[in-house]
Design a protein around this ligand. Structure first.
Ligand SMILES: [Zn+2]
Ligand SMILES: [Zn+2]
Length: 218
């Protein structure tokens, strides 16, 4: 299992990075992306903290931790600059908190994230066909999420991605230990969005390809 979108108590998650990684490992995860909620105020702290962790801990022999951030409720016009800054700080993974229907995310966030070339557009809500096409063109992964609330539009995202040929990724968006779903349940979430088990495998491959690309780029 590979999951590139999770949270620790550095933002609103329950566990520290070490415990999250340990619990994920015990559930069969091989690669874990940690992407806490970030804006200009805390981005440097988050990335530095994760880079320290990766350098100094032994359990990374068992599970690969990918240091990332999730730009969250950042004004759309600032997204491009912050994506650039995050990569410069050393974040291997840049996620943007997309236009979920359960929060007042600024309109235009999906588009700004795609134009800025993020890695994953998380829970993009009722994303437009135009934006899905642009995501396809820019090779940006659109998220199918296990997170309650955000998952309400999984069916819409899956349908448009399939119709237009954009790539998808599955994530838990875990904030607590119980959110780290075992693979069996992850497959059901994906099937519940109207996708197939083959699609689940493709999504896991998409995630792995992204990690390889970003880790090798350093
Ligand atoms: Zn989010
Ligand atoms: Zn999240």
């Amino acid at each position: 299992m590979i999951d590139l979108h999770t949270h620790t108590f550095f933002s609103d998650g329950e566990l520290g990075p070490a415990e999250l990684a340990r619990r994920a490992y015990l559930k069969g995860y091989k690669v874990l992306g940690i992407s806490d909620h970030a804006d200009s105020s805390n981005m440097g702290l988050l990335v530095t903290a994760l880079l320290n962790l990766i350098e100094e801990t032994a359990y990374s022999e068992h599970i690969t931790i990918v240091p990332g951030i999730e730009l969250t409720h950042v004004p759309a016009k600032l997204i491009e600059g912050l994506v650039f800054k995050a990569r410069k700080l050393g974040a291997r993974l840049v996620v943007v908190h997309g236009e979920t229907i359960v929060e007042p995310v600024e309109e235009g966030t999906n588009r700004a994230a795609i134009e800025a070339g993020v890695d994953i557009l998380a829970h993009p809500g009722l994303i437009t066909e135009e934006d899905v096409l642009l995501a396809k063109e820019k090779n940006i992964l659109l998220e199918i999420t296990a997170k309650r609330g955000h998952s309400l539009t999984n069916g819409h995202v899956a349908r448009l991605a399939r119709k237009l040929g954009a790539k998808l990724i599955y994530s838990t968006d875990a904030h607590a230990p119980a959110d780290l779903l075992p693979e069996e349940m992850a497959r059901k979430v994906v099937q519940g969005a109207g996708l197939s088990l083959e699609d689940f495998s493709i999504m896991q491959r998409n995630a792995l390809e992204l990690v390889r690309k970003r880790m090798e780029a350093r």
